[in-house]
Design a binder for this molecule. Sequence first.
Ligand SMILES: [Zn+2]
Length: 80
Amino acid sequence: MNQPNPQEERGRKDLDIQGYFRSRHPAKTIDYSSYNENMILECSFCDWKGTPEGHIEYYDGLFDVSCPNCDKMLLIVTYS
Ligand SMILES: [Zn+2]
């Protein structure tokens, strides 16, 4: 009774494809001087478009903006 469930297998493969896609389309990195809170970001993964507001995560020396729809990292902004 240890046969793999075909549906589960398929789910796992979809996840791998997403990971592959994300690694092939890394987030754009810009300097804070080029950043504008009203800039429109586009997600290449799910076609979401919008401003960074509300989707920002702050770290030491940088922050990133992730797609609210599929969680793909869209933009990395560094302070210099
Ligand atoms: Zn997305």
